[in-house]
Design a protein around this ligand. Structure first.
Ligand SMILES: Nc1ncnc2c1ncn2[C@@H]1O[C@H](COP(=O)(O)OP(=O)(O)OP(=O)(O)O)[C@@H](O)[C@H]1O
Length: 122
C-alpha cells in the first residue's frame, strides 16, 4: 500500500471512530439527548416562524456548538473519572470548570435565541 492510500484509509478509519463516538454520545448521555431534543425542536420552530438564511446559519451553528461542547465536557468527565475515580477537590474543580464552559455557551445561546425569536413572536 502506498503512502497516499494509507493516508486515505486512516482518514476513513478516523471518521468511523468519530461517528461511533457521536452515536455513543447520543445513545448514552442524557445531557446530549436533551440538547439534541432541543435542537430538533428549535429546527421545527424555525420552519414555523420562517427564519432567514442568516438566522438558520446562526441557529444551526449554535445547536452544533452546544452539542459539541457538551460532548467535550463528557469526555473530560470520563478522563477525570478514569485517572482519579475517588473523590478529590482537583477532580471536582476540573469537572466544575468543564461544566462552567458549557454553561457560559448555553447562556449565550439563550440570549441569541431571544434576539432571533422575540421580534417574531412579540
Ligand atoms: N471525583 C470527584 N471528586 C470531587 N468532586 C466531584 C467528583 N466527581 C464529581 N464531583 C463533583 O460533582 C459534580 C458533578 O459531577 P458528575 O461527574 O456527576 O457530573 P454531571 O455534570 O452530573 O455529569 P453528567 O453529565 O453525567 O450528568 C462535579 O461538577 C464536581 O463538582
Amino acid at each position: 500500500m502506498n503512502k497516499k492510500e494509507s493516508f486515505l484509509i486512516n482518514r476513513i478509519k478516523s471518521i468511523k471512530y468519530a461517528f461511533k463516538g457521536a452515536v455513543l454520545l447520543i445513545k448514552t448521555e442524557s445531557s446530549i439527548k436533551v440538547q439534541v431534543f432541543i435542537g430538533v425542536l428549535m429546527t421545527v420552530i424555525g420552519f414555523f416562524v420562517g427564519l432567514s438564511a442568516t438566522e438558520w446559519i446562526i441557529q444551526t451553528l449554535i445547536i452544533g456548538l452546544i452539542i459539541s461542547i457538551e460532548g467535550i465536557n463528557t469526555a473530560i468527565e470520563e478522563i477525570a473519572d478514569f485517572i482519579h475515580p475517588e473523590f478529590h477537590t482537583k477532580i471536582g474543580l476540573i469537572k466544575d470548570l468543564a461544566a462552567g464552559a458549557v454553561f457560559i455557551f448555553a447562556v449565550v445561546a439563550i440570549i441569541i435565541g431571544c434576539i432571533i425569536y422575540f421580534p417574531k413572536i412579540f
